[in-house]
Design a protein around this ligand. Structure first.
Ligand code: BG6
Ligand code: MG
Length: 218
């Protein structure tokens, strides 16, 4: 059997956590008098926590001292974690478990490649952590997506070449990172946003087993 490595992003790919990131950032933006919409939130997908804050401050033309920024980051994460605390398997996005089960049955490696520093507790709460052969998250990397570091580390952890890796991503930065790593990039979400992906699907329910077998055997 041909062995590939399937690297999954977390937020917006495995679990529906983008809405909690939005609510926590929105609270912070409101407190600083910065208008912040769902459309603005798109800019933050796949982006690290620190960079997300910079983007929001730029939107409002607000500058803060280093200490104030650190206070904002701590509070945002506290608010985000309060939502995560209550999360369970119901937050897993449609079709994800079927695809994870199929890839396991086919003997493929499964790796996490996420910018989040909260990835491990989220995978535990969603009860999917046992699917993963390796985890690479925001605590492991120095260069955020679109830099390919997170995915390159994933390949290294399972001792497989980059060319054998296939990445599922919902952010443009993540697709660019996968392409830069010479991995197959599969967008999950809007074709309009993810036009640089090798393949794109609205969600996992539209990914067939025969498509996955083609990827495995090519
Ligand atoms: C990414 C999300 O997966 O992780 C971003 O798409 C988020 O929105 C980033 O900012 C960092 O997450 P966390 O949990 O470390 O704040
Ligand atoms: Mg994501």
């Amino acid at each position: 059997m041909n062995k590939k490595v399937f690297i999954f992003d977390l937020d917006g790919v495995i679990v529906d956590t983008a809405k909690y990131h939005f609510l926590a950032w929105k609270k912070m933006a409101d407190s600083l008098g910065i208008p912040f919409t769902h459309e603005d939130n798109e800019l933050l997908k796949g982006v690290s926590r620190v960079h997300s804050l910079e983007i929001i401050l730029d939107l409002g033309n607000v500058s803060l001292s280093q200490i104030e920024k650190e206070k904002c980051l701590l509070q945002k994460n506290k608010d985000y974690l309060a939502y995560i605390e209550k999360m369970n398997e119901s937050e897993i996005l449609p079709g994800v478990i079927r695809v994870l089960d199929f890839l396991k049955e086919q003997g493929q490696k499964i790796v996490l490649g996420s910018a989040s520093k909260n990835a491990k507790p989220i995978l535990e709460k969603a009860k999917v952590i046992h699917y993963f052969d390796a985890l690479v998250d925001g605590n492991d990397v120095t260069n955020a997506k679109p830099d390919p570091e997170v995915f390159l580390q994933g390949a290294l952890k399972v001792k497989m070449p980059n060319e054998a890796c296939v990445v599922f991503e919902d952010s443009l930065a993540g697709i660019q990172a996968a392409n830069a790593a010479h991995m197959v990039s599969i967008g999950i979400g809007s074709h309009h946003v993810l036009h640089e992906a090798d393949f794109c699907f609205n969600d996992f329910t539209t990914i067939s087993n025969s498509f996955l077998l083609d990827i495995i055997n090519n």
